[in-house]
Design a binder for this molecule. Structure first.
Ligand SMILES: [Zn+2]
Length: 218
C-alpha cells in the first residue's frame, strides 16, 4: 500500500523524510483540500493502539479526506483551523487527549503549512502516558439503560471518551468498556468540558476563505 503520493514529495523538500518515517507518533500530510497524501508508519501504530478510536481508523488510506471521520462540530472547527494555517502560512499547535480504556494519553499536534498554500504536514507526538486513576475517573459499568438517549443513541465525547448520562443534565461518565469497544449505536460529540477547553470563545473561526464559508455554526 502506497503511503506517499509521489506528487506530494515535492512539498516535503524541506523535511528529512527519514526523520518523519522514524517519528514514533502519527504524521500525515494532506493536500489543501484535506485529502491524505502521506502517512508515516507511526500512523498505523497509533491506529492499532487506538482500536475503535473515532478520529483515526486503519481503514483510511491515501485519497481519503481527514475530515471524513470527524463529528460535525469537530469537522467545522478543525477545518477552520487548518484553513487558517494554510492561508496565514503560520504553524498551528495544540494538545489533545486520546486515551484508551487503561491509559491516559495526551498528544501534542503541530500543523505545518507546505508549499504555496498547497498542503499541510500534521505531526503528533505523545507527551503524557499514564494509567488512569480512580480519583481522576471513577469507573462506571456499561449499563445501556443509563446512557441510551431518547433517540436510541449513546453519546461519547470524541476527546475524553466519556459518555453522557441520561440521569442528570450534562453528566459525563467514564465507562472503560465502551472506550475499548464502543456500542454500534454510539455517536461522537464533545462534552461541555472538552468543548470549552479545545474551542474557547477566544478562538476565532475564520470565514475569510472559500473553504470555510457556509459552515459556520448556527
Ligand atoms: Zn470530553
Amino acid at each position: 500500500m502506497a503511503r506517499i503520493d509521489p506528487e506530494f514529495r515535492r512539498l516535503l523538500e524541506n523535511y528529512n523524510l527519514d526523520d518523519l518515517e522514524a517519528h514514533s507518533g502519527p504524521i500525515y500530510g494532506v493536500w489543501k483540500n484535506f485529502i491524505l497524501a502521506y502517512l508515516n508508519p507511526g500512523w498505523y501504530r497509533f491506529s492499532q493502539e487506538n482500536g475503535g478510536e473515532p478520529m483515526i481508523s486503519a481503514e483510511w488510506d491515501l485519497g481519503r479526506s481527514i475530515l471524513d471521520c470527524m463529528p460535525g462540530e469537530m469537522k467545522l472547527f478543525y477545518k477552520s483551523k487548518l484553513n487558517d494555517c494554510l492561508n496565514s502560512h503560520r504553524a498551528w499547535d495544540y494538545e489533545f487527549e486520546c486515551s484508551s480504556d487503561i491509559f491516559y494519553r495526551r498528544y501534542h499536534q503541530i500543523v505545518h503549512p507546505l508549499g504555496n498554500r498547497e498542503g499541510l504536514l500534521i505531526i503528533n507526538s505523545l507527551v503524557i502516558e499514564r494509567y488512569h486513576t480512580l480519583e481522576d475517573r471513577p469507573v462506571r459499568a456499561a449499563d445501556r439503560s443509563l446512557y441510551t438517549d431518547k433517540n436510541g443513541m449513546i453519546n461519547q465525547c470524541a476527546y475524553c471518551r466519556r459518555v453522557k448520562s441520561i440521569q442528570e443534565v450534562e453528566c459525563w461518565d467514564w465507562v472503560p468498556e465502551w472506550v475499548k469497544q464502543c456500542p454500534k449505536n454510539t455517536t461522537h460529540t464533545f462534552c461541555s468540558t472538552c468543548f470549552g477547553f479545545y474551542f474557547p470563545k477566544s478562538m476565532t473561526i475564520s470565514s475569510s476563505n472559500g473553504q470555510a464559508q457556509g459552515n459556520r455554526p448556527g
